[in-house]
Design a protein around this ligand. Structure first.
Ligand code: ZN
Length: 288
């Protein structure tokens, strides 16, 4: 018989690391237990303060990411970032010296890589700008694009402001830089860059009450499924185009109904179609 043990299943973490952590926790517990009651109080108050500041950070972030007017968003984001920076500064100050050194090293590494990336980007854009411009070339997504001789700039007139759809020009600017800089550039693919546009939507503060959108009711009771008509073959007898569910009585009753189309006399055909004869023109002008 095999004994299946489920109490020591360890996923993704080496056993000894887990053990070390457990030991640390235990040590902390012991140290805390050995403290005098006034010291205990101090530890608790410190912990509370930390948790409060942490929650404040989280809340500020959440508030900033909610859909509010763009200017408010940036202001709130800035505030939240300032709070986070302050919090990080405090935490850094509380680090022991060896940790501080390691932190600084990490920071230096990040800044180096960041600078390298920025430099590579500017180099790449310079390269594009200096390359030869032809009438048809590929853009950065591999679509071929034509440049038109000269037309007024095709800048969109979409309204910008509160409660209006806003268009993100970032993508357009990226394309316009360099190769497509002079003259008007028009994509052959009419959907070019559509996916790059970001629509920002905000609710006027007057219509918003406690974060509740009073116009949400328009989404209530929408059907979950939809019906698509299946394609039906043309009818066997008369070749009529039909919709799904149309019976034989709809057109010719299984070929029993035939419409007699008489042969048009030549004289009448001439009157209806002639572009030269005066009498035909007169006829067409005056028939009722
Ligand atoms: Zn028919």
């Amino acid at each position: 018989m095999y004994e299946i043990r489920t109490d020591k299943v360890c996923v993704g973490m080496p056993n000894n690391e887990e053990e070390i952590r457990a030991k640390k926790r235990e040590n902390q517990r012991d140290r805390y237990a050995a403290l005098r009651s006034d010291e205990k109080d101090e530890v608790r108050s410190k912990k509370r303060e930390y948790q409060r500041s942490h929650r404040a950070c989280l809340k500020a972030e959440a508030d900033a990411s909610k859909l509010i007017a763009p200017c408010e968003i940036t202001a709130q984001k800035e505030e939240a970032r300032a709070k986070i920076r302050e919090y990080q500064r405090e935490r850094y100050a509380a680090f022991p010296n060896h940790k501080k050194e390691k932190f600084q090293e990490n920071n230096r590494e990040y800044q180096q890589s960041h600078r390298a990336r920025l430099k590579a980007e500017t180099d790449a854009s310079k390269l594009i700008a200096s390359s030869e411009i032809t009438d048809t070339r590929m853009d950065d997504k591999g679509n071929s694009c034509k440049r038109k001789p000269d037309l007024a700039s095709q800048v969109d007139n979409i309204g910008v402001g509160k409660g209006v759809y806003q268009r993100d020009y970032g993508a357009q600017k990226k394309v316009d830089k360099g190769a497509f800089n002079s003259g008007i550039w028009e994509p052959e693919d009419t959907l070019h860059g559509i996916e790059d546009f970001k629509y920002e939507y905000s609710i006027e503060s007057t219509t918003r009450t406690n974060g509740h959108d009073p116009y949400n009711f328009v989404y209530v009771g929408l059907p979950q499924t939809y019906h698509v008509l299946t394609k039906v073959q043309n009818y066997f007898y008369c070749r009529a185009k039909r919709f799904e569910g149309e019976g034989p009585a709809f057109c010719c009753r299984n070929g029993r109904v035939n419409i007699f189309i008489p042969e048009v006399p030549d004289e009448l055909r001439r009157l209806f179609t002639s572009q030269i004869n005066k009498d035909a023109k007169y006829f067409r002008r005056n028939i009722r």
